[in-house]
Design a protein around this ligand. Structure first.
Ligand SMILES: Cc1ncc(COP(=O)(O)O)c(C=O)c1O
Length: 363
């Protein structure tokens, strides 16, 4: 462990970074996940040498053997967090939580556990060298750490070799829509995760299996899919890439509980803290699709929103399924959703006091 924590990052700066004028052009309207920075971090793992060969190098293609285990058995995990521009510097929001979730995902996928400090150092090093890629205004630099099985072997067993990589993408808003709120499609045919499965891990396989449901959502004119539990097909779990909150007419809130089948979102956990501090009664409790429809129609449910690193806090306006559709509130952003969003974004962007110690400065 001590050998690992003192790993030296060898720097190979990009000899031909994107020129500043071209970068400015790209940052003017980056979209989401298409504009990438000049560098990446790579760290290797083998059963024999443990974590070794840490580098900052030019971002670019990696060569892989066609028998690399990940290409066949999908032993892969990832994380997502954002760096924000603050004055001349950069900050990250609760990166230690991402490091810990990465460790939990690794354990579930039978992968080696990357020490928290090494995860943080890798992210810091990349943000520091590619700080110029953080857009101004509402944009941010989306950091994507990931790790995959790299042993050249065809056989179902944990790999003996892994590659950990961190890349960064300059991003604007996650949703392309200009609508004030997003629409959801309730997946009744497909589920995302079953008890005992990998729902609480951030592994690529979970997203691969959500794609058909998301395609169905798109076909039905909806922005995102919302999944129900796999056992009773009754309880609302989460969206394809976000957690969900419900706001009632007495101001109280509910979010589905973490029971191993949903991703323990860092935004979700932050909003639970912020809501409690505002004196809002908030419960982690099961909420059924039938109750949701009934409460939306009666007006007992006033607002609903999705939350996550990419989507931040996004109001939900319409919910559609094979059984028809219903609207939430006035179909646009509600006041409590907006209030919680501005409290969260205020801390993330350094406009509000960070009384929880959530902000991590990158030097
Ligand atoms: C399936 C899923 N749920 C929830 C979230 C929200 O998690 P976080 O707030 O940590 O970004 C994400 C995003 O990473 C996700 O992919």
């Amino acid at each position: 462990m001590s050998k690992t924590q003192s790993l030296k990052f060898v720097h190979h700066p990009n000899p031909s970074p994107v020129p500043a004028s071209k970068r400015a052009e790209l940052l003017a309207n980056p979209g989401f996940g298409r504009v990438f920075s000049d560098h990446m971090v790579t760290i290797r793992y083998s059963d024999a040498d443990h974590w070794h060969d840490a580098r900052i190098e030019p971002r670019g293609p990696i060569s892989m053997d066609p028998a690399a285990a990940v290409l066949h058995y999908a032993q892969e995990i990832f994380e997502g967090l954002k760096a924000y521009k603050t004055g001349d510097g950069a900050t990250l929001f609760r990166p230690r939580e991402n490091a810990r979730r990465f460790q939990q995902s690794a354990e579930r996928l039978a992968m080696p556990v990357l020490p928290e400090e090494l995860f943080l150092e890798a992210v810091d090093q990349l943000v520091s060298i590619d700080r110029a890629w953080i857009p101004d205004g509402d944009g941010s630099l989306y950091i994507r750490p990931f790790m995959f099985a790299n042993e050249i072997f065809l056989g179902v067993k944990p790999s003996s070799d892994y590659l950990f990589i961190v890349i960064a993408s300059s991003v604007g808003s996650y949703f392309k829509t200009d609508a004030p709120a997003v629409s959801l499609w309730v997946s009744q045919e497909f589920t995302r995760a079953a008890p005992g499965g990998t729902g609480a891990a951030k592994c690529g396989g979970n997203y691969a299996s959500s794609l058909l449901a998301q395609a169905e959502a798109t076909r039905n004119g909806c922005d995102q899919v919302v999944f129900l539990d796999a056992v009773e097909q009754k309880w609302v779990e989460e969206l394809g890439g976000m957690n969900i909150f419900f706001v009632f007419d007495d101001g109280s809130m509910v979010t589905p509980p973490l029971g191993g089948t949903i991703l323990p979102g860092i935004t979700r956990s932050s909003l639970l803290t912020l809501a409690k501090d505002k004196g809002i009664k908030v419960r982690e409790d099961r909420y059924s699709i039938d109750q949701w429809r009934t409460d939306a129609r009666s007006g007992r449910l006033r607002e609903a929103f999705a939350c996550g690193t990419a989507a931040v806090v996004t109001p939900i306006g319409t919910v559609r399924s094979k059984d028809g559709e219903f609207k939430i509130g006035n179909g646009g952003p509600g006041t409590q959703t907006e209030d919680l969003k501005s409290a969260l974004v205020g801390i993330q962007r350094g406009h509000a006091a960070d009384k929880y110690g959530w902000i991590h400065k990158v030097f």
